[in-house]
Design a protein around this ligand. Structure first.
Ligand code: GLC
Length: 711
C-alpha cells in the first residue's frame, strides 16, 4: 500500500473510510448568481460521508464543491468527479457503434484523448466509458454506445478508448480515469428488452462476451462498473463468480469497482437480496468499492462490522482503492488540477471539430449506390427532404455534456441554388404529416434526384429505449412511397442509433448511406460525403437483420448439425422458409465511391507451429475514380474442435488509404494466438488441426486458404 495512503488511513475512523465508498449525485442545484446555495451535499462533505460526485455539468460548481470539501472535510481528501463522456464531451463524435465502423483504433484513441482534454478542462476526473458490452440485438437501445458484435473488434477498440483516455499516466494534466462497463454481458439482455435477464452459458461468456472488459483491464483501466443484469440468476453487483472469480482472480483487476446507478438497491428487486443491509453485505463480499447513488454501504456497513459479518480489512481494501485512484490522478497534489476558469476556450476547438468531421467520414457506411446516384453533381437539381433536415439533434444519446446549439442544420449547410428543401414529415407520428408529404411530392416534381434524410429521433436509442419494431418511426415510409411515385433516384440517408429494417429500402432506394448519429459536425460531414468531397469508408460493426424476427443474427454463427449450403431454405436443413439465414447486410460490409481489388495473396507457409508464424501478404489496388480507405479483414475458422466454433471469426484487420490507380501491400502475421479461444473455465485453448483462412473486405468473404496448426 502506498505509504502516503497508509498514513492517511491510519488517521481515519471506520465511518470516514466508509464515507469514501459513496458517490453522490445532486439531483438539482439551487444556485444564486453562480454560487451553489447550501445543500445536502454540503452536509455530506462536512460529515465526511462522500467520496465522489457524479453528473455535475458546470465546472464552476465542481470548483466550489471541491473548495468547500478542502475547507470543511476532516482529512482534506479530494473528491473526484465522474461523468458519462461516451462519444465526446462538448465536441460530440459519432455514436460508438458508428465509430466502430471506422475499424480505426488510432482514430478512436485520438477521439478519446480529445474527449479527455475537454472533460478534464471541465473539472471531470473519471469517465464512465468505454462501454464494452458485446451486442447482437438491435432491439436493445444501448447498441448505440457499443463496439458492435465482434469480440476481436471489441477488444481492439476498447483498448484504444482506454489508452486515449488514460494516456501514459493518470497524473497527466489531461488524462482522465476510464471505467469499463457494464460487467458483465449486459448486451445479452433477453429479447433486447432493457434491464432484462441475461441467461448465457459460461462458454458463451468466455468465448464472446468478456473480451472487451478483459482488454480494458489488461490496459490498466482505472475502474470497472457492475452491470444491472443477472448472470446465472444472480445480479452482477452481488455475483461472486463474476466479481471475485473472473474479475479479481482471473483478470487480476486491481482498480476500483463501482456499481451502476443504484444497482445495489435493484438486487432486492432481483430477489437475490432480502433488504438493503443484505445488499450491502453481498456487494462488499463481491469486492465492490464504490456505490453509485444508492446508500446501502453508508447505512449498513458500520452495523455489519459491529455484528462481525464483515471485516475492517474489507472496508480498508475498498477505501484504499478509492484513495489510490485519487492518488494516481494527482488529486492529492492538486485537488483543482482539472478546474479551469477559461474552460470555454478549451472546448469545441477547430482541431476537435475537424477530428469529429473526419470521424464522421469514417463512420458512415455506404450500403448501396446504384446508377451512380452518389456522389451528387454540383449542377444537379436536388430535393433535400425528410424529418432530420431542419433539426439540430444529431448528437445521438449519451451526449450529456453537449448542447445541440453547437450543431448545424442540414437546411443551413446544404443551401444553394440547385437545392430545394421540403420537410416531408416528422420523425414520429404528427397530424401535419399528410400535408407535408403532399407538399414534398410537389416540391420534388422537377428535381433530378431526391436525398431523403430519415431515421430515429436521437432519444429513441440509448438507455431504456428498447424497441420491438425496427421500422422507421411515424410516417417516414409513407413519405418514401409517395416520393417513389415520382420515378426519380432516391438517396436514403439514415440517422439512427441502431440497425433498422432496411429490406424495403434496399429494394426501392437508389442509394443508402447509413450515418448513425454523427455529432457536432454531422451536417457539414454529410454535405462533404454526399457531394464527393469525402469518400465514406465505414464497415458495419453490427449485422443488419432482414427483419426483427431474425434477431439475433450475427456473422460468427456456428455451423449447426444441418447446415444449409445455400444459406437459404432447404428442407430439413437449418434455415427459414421465408428469409435467408444470413443478415441483409453482414458485419464488416461497406461500399466506397471507388472500387478495390485484392490480389496476389500469398502465405509464407501453410503449416503453423508454436515456433513459427505465417506471414500473409496481399496487394490492394484502387481500381476506381476516387482515393479512399479499404479495410482488409482476416477471418479464421476452425474445422474441428472440442466445442463447435464459429465458421469464421475476425482475427485481424488493416485499414489502408489507397489513392486511385495505386496499389499498397498489406501484411498479416498469423500465430497460434489467432487460433486460440477461451473455454468455459476461462482457460486459453490452442487446438491442433486445420483452419480455414479468409481474407476479404467483409465477413461474407469466401475461403482463401487452409492452414494446419501442430504444436
Ligand atoms: C446509467 C448507465 C451507466 C451510466 C450511469 C451513470 O444508468 O447504465 O452506463 O454510466 O448510469 O450515468
Amino acid at each position: 500500500m502506498e505509504p502516503f495512503i497508509q498514513e492517511l488511513m491510519s488517521k481515519m475512523s471506520t465511518k470516514e473510510k466508509i464515507g469514501q465508498l459513496f458517490q453522490s449525485n445532486i439531483p438539482e442545484f439551487k444556485v444564486e448568481g453562480n454560487v451553489l446555495v447550501e445543500q445536502d451535499i454540503h452536509k455530506l462533505i462536512r460529515n465526511n460521508e462522500v467520496g465522489s460526485l457524479i453528473a455535475i455539468k458546470d465546472p464552476r460548481i465542481i470548483k466550489q464543491l471541491q473548495e468547500y470539501n478542502m475547507e470543511h472535510s476532516k482529512h482534506k481528501i479530494p473528491l473526484f468527479v465522474a461523468e458519462d463522456i461516451i462519444h465526446g464531451c462538448k465536441t460530440i463524435f459519432p455514436i460508438n457503434l458508428g465509430l466502430a465502423c471506422s475499424f480505426n483504433e488510432s482514430l478512436i484513441e485520438k477521439i478519446a484523448q480529445t474527449s479527455a482534454y475537454e472533460a478534464t478542462s471541465m473539472g471531470i476526473n473519471l469517465t464512465f466509458s468505454p462501454m464494452a458490452d458485446l451486442v447482437r440485438d438491435p432491439r436493445w437501445g444501448r447498441v448505440m454506445e457499443s463496439n458492435g458484435e465482434d469480440p476481436y473488434l471489441n477488444k481492439v477498440l476498447t483498448k484504444a478508448y482506454v489508452n486515449g483516455y488514460q494516456q501514459d499516466s493518470l497524473k497527466n494534466k489531461h488524462a482522465i480515469g476510464a471505467c469499463v462497463k457494464h460487467f458483465a454481458a449486459y448486451g445479452a439482455s433477453e429479447s433486447g428488452r432493457e434491464y432484462n435477464t441475461v441467461d448465457i452459458s459460461r462458454q458463451a461468456l468466455w468465448y464472446n462476451y468478456l473480451s472487451g472488459y478483459q482488454s480494458a483491464i489488461d490496459n490498466n483501466v482505472a475502474s470497472v462498473m457492475t452491470a444491472f443484469n443477472t448472470f446465472e440468476g444472480v445480479a452482477a453487483s452481488v455475483n461472486s463468480y463474476l466479481m471475485n472469480d473472473v474479475l479479481r482472480e482471473k483478470f487480476n483487476f486491481k482498480g476500483f469497482v463501482i456499481t451502476d446507478f443504484t444497482a445495489t438497491y435493484e438486487c432486492i428487486d432481483h430477489k437475490v437480496c432480502k433488504d438493503n443491509k443484505d445488499a450491502a453485505l453481498k456487494t462488499l463480499n463481491c469486492q465492490v468499492d464504490h456505490e453509485m447513488v444508492s446508500q446501502t454501504y453508508q447505512e449498513n456497513l458500520a452495523t455489519l462490522l459491529e455484528e462481525g459479518r464483515i471485516s475492517e480489512q474489507q472496508i480498508d481494501q475498498a477505501c484504499y482503492r478509492i484513495l489510490k485512484f485519487k492518488f494516481d490522478c494527482g488529486l492529492f497534489d492538486d485537488p483543482f488540477k482539472n478546474c479551469y476558469d477559461d474552460f470555454e476556450d478549451r472546448i469545441l476547438q477547430p482541431e476537435a471539430l475537424q477530428l469529429s468531421k473526419e470521424a464522421a467520414y469514417q463512420s458512415c457506411v455506404l450500403l448501396k449506390n446504384t446508377e451512380n446516384a452518389l456522389p451528387l453533381g454540383d449542377n444537379e437539381k436536388v430535393g433535400i427532404v425528410g424529418p432530420h433536415i431542419d433539426v439540430l439533434e444529431h448528437n445521438g444519446n449519451w451526449s450529456v455534456m453537449a448542447d445541440s446549439k453547437n450543431n448545424y442544420k442540414i437546411t443551413d449547410i446544404f443551401k444553394n441554388d440547385n437545392i430545394i428543401f421540403s420537410k416531408g414529415c416528422h420523425l414520429t407520428e404528427d397530424s401535419s404529416d399528410k400535408e407535408l408529404i403532399n407538399q414534398a411530392v410537389i416540391d420534388c416534381a422537377n428535381v433530378d434526384k431526391i436525398v431523403l434524410f430519415v431515421g430515429e429521433p436521437e432519444i429513441m436509442s440509448g438507455e431504456a429505449t428498447s424497441r420491438a419494431y425496427l421500422n422507421l418511426p411515424g410516417n417516414q415510409q409513407r413519405l418514401f412511397e409517395a416520393l417513389l411515385e415520382l420515378n426519380k433516384p432516391i438517396i436514403l440517408v439514415v440517422l439512427a442509433g441502431r440497425p433498422l429494417e432496411m429490406k424495403y429500402y434496399e429494394d426501392n432506394a437508389t442509394a443508402i448511406l447509413y450515418a448513425w448519429f454523427l455529432g457536432t459536425m454531422s451536417s457539414p460531414a454529410l454535405k462533404d460525403i454526399l457531394f464527393g468531397k469525402a469518400n465514406p469508408s465505414g464497415k458495419l460493426s453490427m449485422s443488419f437483420p432482414y427483419t426483427v424476427g431474425q434477431i439475433p443474427v450475427y456473422y460468427n454463427q456456428l455451423n449447426t448439425g444441418r447446415p444449409s449450403a445455400s444459406g437459404s431454405y432447404e428442407q430439413y436443413r437449418s434455415s427459414y422458409i421465408d428469409i435467408p439465414n444470413g443478415p441483409l447486410y453482414p458485419f464488416g460490409y461497406g461500399l466506397s465511391y471507388t472500387s478495390f481489388k485484392l490480389e496476389d495473396i500469398t502465405f509464407s507457409s501453410l503449416s503453423l507451429s508454436n515456433s513459427n508464424s505465417i506471414e500473409i501478404k496481399l496487394t490492394v489496388t484502387n481500381t476506381g475514380l476516387y482515393d479512399g480507405y479499404e479495410v482488409v479483414q482476416l477471418y479464421v475458422g476452425a474445422l474441428y474442435d472440442d466445442i463447435s466454433r464459429p465458421n469464421k471469426e475476425l482475427k485481424g484487420f488493416k485499414k489502408v488509404f489507397v489513392k486511385q490507380n495505386e496499389s499498397i501491400e498489406v501484411k498479416f502475421e498469423l500465430t497460434k494466438e489467432e487460433l486460440s479461444y477461451y473455454n468455459s473455465k476461462g482457460e486459453i485453448i490452442y487446438s491442433e488441426g486445420n483452419y480455414n483462412i479468409f481474407i476479404g473486405t467483409d465477413s461474407d468473404t469466401s475461403i482463401t486458404n487452409v492452414i494446419n496448426y501442430t504444436k
